[in-house]
Design a protein around this ligand. Structure first.
Ligand SMILES: Cc1ncc(COP(=O)(O)O)c(C=O)c1O
Length: 422
């Protein structure tokens, strides 16, 4: 039996690039013939786990190229790689994206930015959200561009710029209706004059953010665009328009081309997940992330036997139940008798409750499945796919939450490397 996630199980649908070298978690199964000690690489314990998040970097690269080709040449492309590029691994995803048409990156925390800089990424990085004065030295040290949302923080950054005799590059955040961060659009006359007068700042950009861009009804999105444009007009009366005006997330990029301005900020769609069921589709965009495991045990059940905690499922016939070693501790939704896995390209139902470390599926109708057979919990196998949206329904949440919810204890395995990452 082969347990190495780099090699598909017998019967599993072949993956396009299974011959590709460049797994980031090489597994040694060699042992010294006299001492019996493992020979090499076995200290990477995570890589021996028969459950993993698989990131296909060639799919990610293709998504980036399709998005880039869909955009007007004059519009820059920013990739939001916060929270490990929505679960894929920020460094690997950023490197591939930068090599395939992305110009800028955005993250949310200083730690996320530091990881990118430590990996040698020199591209411009926008740090989203609002900072505190404590974070200013880190922002400057890491050469980040902060979003500034309040006069207090604008003055703090201005003072930092004056102290070092070099203006701090910032983007001004406008609250056009999201009501989270940003200078309020109604107060533009006051804040534009105040911010424009701060010589310790270099205003490189102005941005806003949609509260709802991916639904069929774009009424409020259009109202936000109108408010943002009014702010740009007023700003233009006190200072030059900055080089980077931007507003769109994935939904806006897809459906609101009139709001592309100088740059779009795309996160979710880069990984191949569309933000809603109604937004525009770009053919060829595919999910880069999948979650895979191997059957850890098989239980033969007699009619009436139950499975798992609480005994919430009982067999109505002689059954074979496969135990998959992934649970809610890995980020799988905590459901009971709902959901599916793919084995041999066929859907098999989850039975019983999902535990912290394991879930169970009914494989009675798959006599060829055995311990070690690959199972897909999210992603494609053969012609079937379990999507992030399928899991979001189970989780009663959104696709974003499903993607970032895959916990660190599931090792990330990279395929389709272009020699650029990780
Ligand atoms: C300010 C901002 N811009 C852009 C994005 C990217 O959004 P999406 O992942 O929908 O493309 C986010 C994500 O939350 C964000 O907070």
């Amino acid at each position: 039996m082969n347990w190495n996630p780099s090699v598909p199980a017998a019967g599993a649908a072949p993956r396009p690039d299974d011959s590709t070298p460049g797994m980031t978690h090489p597994i040694s199964t060699d042992f010294d013939s006299t001492s019996g000690a493992p020979v090499a690489a076995s200290q990477d314990y995570a890589s021996t786990r028969p459950a993993w998040v698989e990131v296909d970097l060639s799919v990610l690269a293709n998504n980036v190229r399709l998005i880039r080709a869909d955009l007007s040449k004059a519009v820059r492309l920013l990739y939001v790689v916060k929270d490990e590029a929505y679960g894929m691994g920020a460094v690997a995803a950023a490197k591939v994206a930068l090599a395939n048409g992305v110009d800028h990156l955005a993250i949310y925390t200083l730690e996320e930015a530091a990881a990118l800089r430590e990996a040698g990424i020199t591209a411009p990085i926008l740090i989203l959200g609002e900072r505190t004065p404590l974070e200013i030295p880190g922002v400057i040290e890491l050469k980040l561009t902060p979003c500034v949302s309040s006069l207090e923080m604008a003055r703090e950054f201005d003072a930092a710029g004056r102290r070092r005799n070099r203006p701090v590059p910032v983007h001004i955040k406008v609250n056009s209706g999201m009501n989270r961060f940003g200078f309020h659009w109604r107060e533009v006359d006051a804040w534009s004059r105040a911010v424009a007068g701060l010589g310790g700042l270099r205003i490189d950009g102005i941005l806003s953010h949609f509260a709802q861009s991916d639904e069929a009804d774009k009424t409020f999105a259009h109202e936000q665009i109108r408010r943002f444009e009014e702010c740009l007009r007023v700003w233009g009366t006190v200072a030059p328009r900055p080089p980077l005006v931007h507003m769109c997330n994935s939904g806006g990029f897809l459906d609101l081309p009139e709001a592309h301005f100088d740059m779009v900020r795309v996160g979710l769609l880069m990984g191949g997940v569309f933000p809603s069921t109604v937004c525009r589709r770009i053919p060829g965009i595919a999910s880069a992330l999948s979650v895979r495991t191997r059957i850890a045990a098989i239980q033969p059940l007699e009619p009436g036997d139950t499975v798992g905690y609480g005994m919430r499922w009982s067999a109505t016939r002689r059954s074979r139940i496969a135990v998959l070693p992934v649970g809610y501790g890995d980020g799988f939704p905590r459901v009971r008798n709902q959901g599916e896995a793919l084995i041999f390209g066929r859907r098999v139902p989850l039975v019983g409750g999902v535990a912290m470390d394991a879930l169970t599926v009914d494989i009675t109708d798959l006599p060829g499945a055995e311990v070690g057979t690959e199972a897909v919990l999210m992603g494609c196998q053969g012609a079937e796919e379990i999507t992030a949206r399928d899991l979001a329904r189970l989780k009663q949440s959104v696709t974003y939450d499903v993607l970032v919810g895959w916990r660190r204890r599931l090792p990330r395995v990279y395929r389709g490397g272009s020699g650029v990452a990780p």
